[in-house]
Design a protein around this ligand. Structure first.
Ligand SMILES: Nc1ncnc2c1ncn2[C@@H]1O[C@H](COP(=O)(O)OP(=O)(O)O)[C@@H](O)[C@H]1O
Ligand SMILES: [Mg+2]
Length: 376
């Protein structure tokens, strides 16, 4: 089916018209409209439209000094609104086509504008003048990726890593199970989890997110987008998306924060293939980032590696839900017996380097390495 493409002028008209407001409402964003409390008992977050002058002024004309991050689709600038509120202005820059850019924009607006949780980034609004912009709360410490992998920053302490694992699990649980509609993020990774001043993780970047109607078990999407190294096998090979797609990526994310290794690096050995023998043999201490110099909590390590080993199972049905992850991350029993694979299913892992190059689908630009300007 042909995608609806709105010219920039029509996009503007849409946002200023009653039908545009209806669009925002139907897509889960209140857009500043007051909800009738009987029709809409849940307090929805509200966002507003910003003028270009406002964001231009806030970012000092998108000055390079204010550039705090760059992903596959966007550049993000720090800004300060009149009154002192700090914001992050995401300017969509790099989609293949104008249609794709608008699709990403509307997807992110409709999803991020609908959610409200301490471990999910808060949307303040948008601006469609000159370019497409989304305005978020500023995560003052940048992404988990930049904090974990930037050699110029101090090694991230175990306590922080554990806090990030727990907070991200809470955020993902909220998206899957608590907010009004099931949201599949589709791009959970260390550069899309940001850190507040007190290192509270905040899931961000909803450009690829999908709603999942409650009566559907999954949906098939094309093209396959996301980030190599975090993609679940059923999604990578058949485009099948459901909560377990995110659970798989969360497992990779856990291994990344435990080990301090990137999911794929220049060595052609994926994090999963590297970690697999250690998980199989129960040599979990070999997984820990050596920069920690053995300064970690062994019980927490046992919990996180147990959860990671379940989340990265090749069979989606044998992965835990985020409810179960939260239980295990709390004080749930780590019972290998309870989580034993059914006899007909072989305990199996998925390693990206098992694939030939010819098997590699074309990924969107979000699969290119996203860079960050570091913490600020
Ligand atoms: N709210 C924010 N606060 C601080 N930095 C941010 C914020 N949003 C994004 N960034 C930085 O910008 C980078 C790219 O943003 P992202 O939304 O992931 O864009 P893309 O859709 O292009 O991947 C992030 O990895 C992060 O470093
Ligand atoms: Mg991103």
């Amino acid at each position: 089916m042909k995608q609806l493409h709105l010219s920039r002028r029509n996009l503007k008209r849409l946002f200023s018209s009653p039908s545009g407001q209806r669009y925002a409402k139907e897509n889960g964003s209140s857009g500043g409209i007051k909800c009738d409390s009987e029709l809409c008992p849940v307090q929805k977050p509200s966002w507003r439209c910003f003028s270009y002058e406002e964001i231009q002024k806030a970012t000092k004309g998108f000055h390079q000094d204010n550039l705090v991050g760059r992903g596959g689709y966007a550049e993000v600038y720090r800004g300060e609104l009149e009154g002192g509120q700090e914001v992050a202005v995401k300017r969509l820059t790099r989609a293949a086509t104008e249609e794709q850019k608008e699709k990403e924009f509307l997807t992110e607006l409709g999803t991020a504008g609908h959610v409200s949780h301490p471990n999910v980034i808060a949307l303040f609004g948008c601006c469609i003048d000159q370019d497409l912009h989304l305005i978020f709360e500023l995560s003052s410490r940048g992404s988990v990726s930049s904090n974990l992998h930037n050699e110029n920053l101090p090694t991230m302490a175990w306590k922080l890593r554990y806090k990030i694992a727990v907070g991200t699990a809470n955020g993902l649980h909220y998206l899957h199970k608590v907010c009004q509609r099931r949201i599949i993020h589709r791009d959970i990774k260390a550069s899309n989890v940001l850190l507040s001043d007190d290192f509270e993780p905040q899931i961000s970047d909803f450009g690829l997110a999908r709603w999942l109607p409650s009566e559907w078990s999954h949906r098939a999407v094309a093209p396959i987008e996301g980030t190599f190294g975090y993609l679940a096998p059923e999604y990578f090979t058949h485009g099948i998306v459901d909560e377990k797609t995110d659970v798989f990526a969360f497992g990779v994310f856990l291994l990344e924060i435990i080990s301090g290794r990137k999911p794929v690096d220049g060595s052609h050995k994926s994090l999963l293939s590297w970690a697999k023998p250690y998980l199989n043999e129960g040599e979990i201490e070999s997984l820990v980032d050596q920069r920690l110099q053995n300064d970690y909590d062994i019980n927490q390590l046992k919990r996180l590696t147990f959860i990671a080993s379940l989340c990265i199972r090749a069979s989606a049905a044998c992965r835990p839900s985020m409810n179960e992850v939260l239980d295990l991350i709390g004080d749930g029993e780590l019972s290998a017996e309870q989580w034993k694979m059914p006899d007909e299913e072989e305990e199996d892992f998925w390693g990206f380097d098992d694939l030939d190059d010819s098997d590699t689908p074309l990924l969107t630009s979000s699969s290119s390495s996203s860079s960050s300007m570091g913490s600020f």
